[in-house]
Design a protein around this ligand. Structure first.
Ligand SMILES: Cc1cc2nc3c(=O)[nH]c(=O)nc-3n(C[C@H](O)[C@H](O)[C@H](O)COP(=O)(O)OP(=O)(O)OC[C@H]3O[C@@H](n4cnc5c(N)ncnc54)[C@H](O)[C@@H]3O)c2cc1C
Length: 407
């Protein structure tokens, strides 16, 4: 049994290039942009995207035949975490949510025509997308409850409904929209929903507002869908497959979130240690106080667990093995660790941590949604428990539900 996380020389080379590009080019360029100058912000990002593409640091998650870097999920983990040292890094490399998850979805589920029309421009960086599933009226944790309805009218579908928290909606050239098409499937059962590709803007897609959140008004829209007319060729992945498609999309996308969160958690831990080494109180540096050392130690242990869980889940995806439990565990654990580590870093910084003079306050605001978006903590716990019980019932042991490791 080999446990070896050493990167192949060519992947180590990629890691170094990504790090150099993010730290040497992206970070300095973004530091020059004034916070409230949205146009300058976008112009800078698009200039950096052109540069990333020219340097071959583009689409790390996509196969080479589609213009990507052709990395496996293990290698992707190191690229995503290098890129996420700055919030815009994954966007610059064209591997950020929600486009990244939509690319995987289109690659797997779209027809050849749909791939040319929707996937190709997304990969080329000339279009953007959104994924519209969550609704204010029903629990997003249970997509079988979706009320947005598509009804047949001759050769067309007429869709009415209400969505919110649709990331990227204002920038998107198209949406993957989940709607109920099968009235005979009882509410609460799978098989009722279908995914549609919607060209934007569209008169039937009404942008109500960008929802103001804990981290500001940063691109999560409320949308009313009114008499939106679509044809059969805009169905993605077949009728009644909307639930399966959503789950397929979320698997690797959740792990990609974890890869980026690890990077944020590591930044917070670096800052915690740096502050502790430079702040003096009651006769010694904070770094010499046991109370502070415990926070550092707890954070280091958690981050180590996060990295192992993500690498292991990624290796399961690469090997074509069932990865659902491991990804659920990683998503739950990394989201929680990120919140705890950033919180401790703020604690060690005191008032400075609470100010917006450091990135910690903003990181904390963003970290909070990690615990319920893309599957709330409790949903992952429910699924993990179900699979653990099922493993015990079928084999007499829970061993296969704890990573399937030979221990
Ligand atoms: C920043 C951000 C970006 C987002 N982007 C998108 C997007 O692009 N597209 C999109 O469609 N959606 C998006 N969402 C929505 C997100 O996917 C939902 O918030 C998530 O699925 C949870 O749904 P909900 O908010 O309706 O919470 P609910 O389903 O109402 O759940 C609320 C809470 O109830 C508890 N709970 C729910 N079910 C159970 C259960 N079975 N057992 C125990 N406890 C339970 C959990 O604690 C959960 O946090 C985004 C959300 C955020 C915050």
């Amino acid at each position: 049994m080999a446990i070896d996380f050493t990167l192949a020389p060519e992947h180590e080379e990629i890691r170094k290039r990504v790090r150099a590009f993010i730290q040497g080019t992206v970070m300095p360029a973004m530091e020059q942009v004034k916070e409230d100058d949205r146009d300058e912000y976008l112009r800078t990002i698009f200039r950096l995207r052109t540069q990333a593409k020219a340097e071959g640091l583009w689409l790390p998650h996509m196969p080479k035949e589609w213009g990507g870097m052709g990395l496996g999920h293990v290698e992707l983990a190191m690229v995503q975490s290098e890129a996420a040292k700055t919030r815009v890094g994954p966007w610059v490399l064209n591997c950020s949510a929600p486009d990244e998850g939509n690319m995987h979805t289109l690659l797997h589920w779209a027809t050849d025509e749909q791939k040319e029309k929707y996937l190709r421009p997304l990969l080329d960086g000339v279009s953007m997308s959104c994924f519209a599933m969550t609704e204010p009226e029903v629990a997003g944790s249970d997509p079988t409850l979706i009320r947005t309805e598509a009804v047949r009218d001759g050769d067309e579908w007429v869709i009415n409904g209400h969505k919110w928290f649709i990331s990227n909606a204002r920038r998107a050239n198209f949406a993957i929209l989940i709607a109920r098409t099968e009235p005979d499937v009882p509410a609460g059962s799978r098989g009722a929903n279908t995914a549609f590709l919607v060209d934007l803007p569209n008169p039937g897609w009404i942008d109500v507002r960008e929802v103001e959140t804990m981290h500001g008004s940063t691109g999560h829209s409320e949308i009313v869908i009114k008499d939106l007319r679509l044809t059969d060729d805009q169905i993605l992945g077949g009728r009644g497959n909307g639930h399966r498609l959503g789950q397929y999309r979320l698997g690797p996308a959740r792990l990609a979130h974890c890869m980026r969160w690890i990077s944020q958690a590591e930044t917070a831990l670096d800052m915690m240690v740096d502050r502790a080494l430079n702040r003096y109180s009651h006769g010694s540096l904070l770094a010499e106080k046991q109370g502070i050392q415990w926070m550092i130690a707890d954070s280091a242990m958690e981050l180590y667990q996060c990295k192992l869980m993500v690498l292991h889940a990624a290796s399961k995806i690469d090997k074509g093995e069932d990865f659902r439990t491991e990804v659920s565990m990683a998503k739950h654990f990394v989201a929680g660790s990120l919140n705890r580590i950033v919180d401790r870093a703020i604690q060690v910084h005191g008032a400075l941590g609470y100010s917006t003079d450091t990135p910690l306050a903003n990181m904390f605001q963003h970290a909070r949604w990690a615990r319920f978006a893309d599957g709330a903590d409790e949903i992952h716990q429910m699924r993990i428990a179900e699979r653990t019980i099922a493993a015990y019932q079928s084999t007499g042991s829970t061993s296969t539900a704890t990573g399937g490791l030979p221990l």
